[in-house]
Design a protein around this ligand. Structure first.
Ligand SMILES: Cc1cc2nc3c(=O)[nH]c(=O)nc-3n(C[C@H](O)[C@H](O)[C@H](O)COP(=O)(O)O)c2cc1C
Length: 158
């Protein structure tokens, strides 16, 4: 049996985090983009699900995957992560509202891995919104490596 990391991204940051996670887990791990693939959960005993947050909500393919596979997921060792620019309590609230409560309650690892603003990748409206919210049009990248390390420890030992 092996580990699945299933994720959805808009501009690639979550994919980068999924790949970092797989490297650090250092065990047989498949990475699956839920926007294009439907993984067969029967092959895995550990499942990690992650996605980025836009306007307070996780990417739709992640929400759909959790709802459609609720029962199958309950029997796995689970970890959940979000990517976003919120931190502290705001990040915690986003994490708790992004996944079904019955799955989160049995998860061994739950973390926010941080996020990035890359103005080159955003569309016009997004650039406008983020410039107003952050008060800047400078790219920002905040990847929380210590949270990824803690997540890996919890998946291995939890
Ligand atoms: C239009 C827009 C809305 C966003 N809304 C949120 C938000 O509500 N909460 C948050 O933490 N991050 C928010 N972010 C930051 C993204 O989650 C962050 O850029 C993340 O790294 C994107 O990951 P991705 O490239 O995998 O999609 C927003 C970014 C954009 C461009």
């Amino acid at each position: 049996m092996s580990t699945l990391i299933a994720y959805a991204t808009k501009y690639g940051f979550t994919k980068t985090c999924a790949e970092m996670l797989a490297k650090k887990l250092d065990e047989k791990t498949d990475i699956c983009d839920l926007s294009s693939d439907r993984p067969n959960l029967a092959q895995y005993d550990k499942v990690i699900i992650g996605g980025s947050i836009y306007a307070g909500r996780i990417r739709k393919p992640v929400a759909r995957f959790c709802m459609e596979n609720l029962n199958a997921l309950k029997s796995k060792k689970l970890g959940f992560f979000i990517c976003g620019m919120a931190d502290g309590d705001d990040a915690q609230k986003q994490l708790e509202s992004s996944f079904p409560r019955e799955l989160l309650s049995s998860a061994v690892a739950k973390e926010s891995f941080g996020g990035e603003y890359d103005f080159k990748k955003m569309n016009f409206l997004e650039r406008f919104i983020i410039k107003r919210i952050s008060g800047s049009d400078k790219n920002q990248c905040r990847i929380m490596k210590e949270n990824i390390t803690r997540f890996v420890d919890q998946m291995k030992n939890g």
